[in-house]
Write a protein that binds this ligand. Structure first.
Ligand SMILES: [Cu+2]
Length: 355
């Protein structure tokens, strides 16, 4: 090909590339629309909520831990379902559904197409240009058309991936709304503590159940715990994480949630669970000898049942009482701060007098 006739070919190529980019982006647009449609409350969810509501109110305390039939987020073994065991867990948050669609309908097809294309090229070159069939090697060094194509195509693919990728990143760092329920997950060697600062400040200590106890209760061994992290479903949660000793990580795959728990630091992320159920996770930062034995079990309840659970906890408060308690704590903290300032001033005055 001579230099004179390449612009016409290039024009055709650029048009083709744009068509390819639009095709690559189409699944992402569909995914975004689906995500919006899915966020509408579903009748099935309400039915489940009602069912578990009936079970809980039959108890005098107003709360019974959910049974194994409510487990929604847990790993699948290869023997039970080979495909599900290598796929993502079912997702129960909007971000999780978005990410799952991006992975399944955008990234996987692109990865597969590129891999097959490169494999095809290699096989073609190996067969067509083997020494026996091609004794006189070509001395070609440059080809402007091909060089433009192999620069532009990857750029367009990356731009196509970047749009949903950055969208997901931004969604994951959305600030929790003011009325979000705060829950502070604290990593300890080797168990979790869940503090409820908006509801009286009580802390739930959560240890892994011994294998025999878990199996006897029909729960998954090494994931089941004695006290779950009980949260309201369909309510924005402000999950804060920190640790008392070394770095841990709070991770629940089916909720598309993973955040480091670092001593001396408070990390925070928004989490909204779409339906009541039990969701299992694990500590995901190597934290010592029993790192593999500090599972996370989240139990999402309908809001009213969750409030009933809060009232069963020592010092647990909900509604206005909780707000008042939070305000009292705040003003007490302010007073303490003011006291500190006065003390500092006094000390300074004493120092000046001594000089
Ligand atoms: Cu840990």
């Amino acid at each position: 090909m001579t230099f004179g006739d390449w612009p016409k070919g290039a024009l055709r190529t650029v048009t083709t590339l744009w068509a390819a980019a639009i095709l690559a982006l189409a699944p992402q647009m569909v995914a975004a629309q689906d995500a919006a449609a899915d966020s509408a409350p579903e009748a099935a969810v309400e039915a489940v909520a009602e069912e578990s509501g009936a079970a809980a109110t039959s108890e005098s305390s107003g709360y019974t831990p959910m049974g194994p039939e409510m487990i929604k987020g847990q790993p699948t073994s290869f023997e039970d379902d080979a495909w599900a065991s290598i796929d993502f867990q079912d997702q129960y948050t909007d971000d999780g559904e978005f990410a799952y669609k991006m992975h399944t309908y955008l990234l996987m097809p692109i990865i597969t197409a590129i891999s097959l294309f490169v494999l095809g090229l290699i096989l073609f070159v190996v067969v067509r240009y083997r020494r026996k069939a091609n004794p006189e090697p070509s001395k070609t060094t440059h080809n402007t058309f091909i060089e433009v194509v192999w620069t532009l195509v990857p750029v367009l693919i990356l731009v196509g991936i970047a749009v949903p990728s950055i969208t997901l990143l931004a969604r994951q760092y959305e600030t929790p709304p003011e009325d979000a329920v705060t829950i502070k997950a604290i990593g300890y060697q080797w168990y979790w503590g869940y503090e409820y600062p908006d509801n009286g400040g009580f802390e739930v200590i959560s240890n892994m159940l011994p294998e025999d106890d878990a199996i006897a209760a029909g729960l998954p061994a090494q994931l089941a715990v004695d006290n779950r992290m009980v949260v309201p479903a369909n309510t924005p949660l402000r999950i804060q994480t920190t640790a008392a000793d070394v770095i841990h990580a709070f991770a629940v795959p089916s909720l598309w949630f993973k955040i480091d728990a670092v001593p001396g630091r408070l990390n925070e992320r928004l989490l909204t669970i779409k339906e009541p159920g039990i969701y299992y996770g694990q500590c995901s930062e190597l934290c010592g000898a029993r790192h593999g034995y500090m599972p996370i079990a989240v139990e999402a309840l309908p809001r009213d049942e969750w409030e009933a659970w809060v009232l069963t906890q020592p010092g647990g408060t909900v509604g206005e009482a909780a707000e008042e308690a939070a305000e009292d704590a705040e003003s007490a903290a302010d007073a303490a701060e003011a006291g500190d300032e006065a003390a500092v001033e006094e000390a300074e005055a004493a120092e000046a007098a001594a000089e």
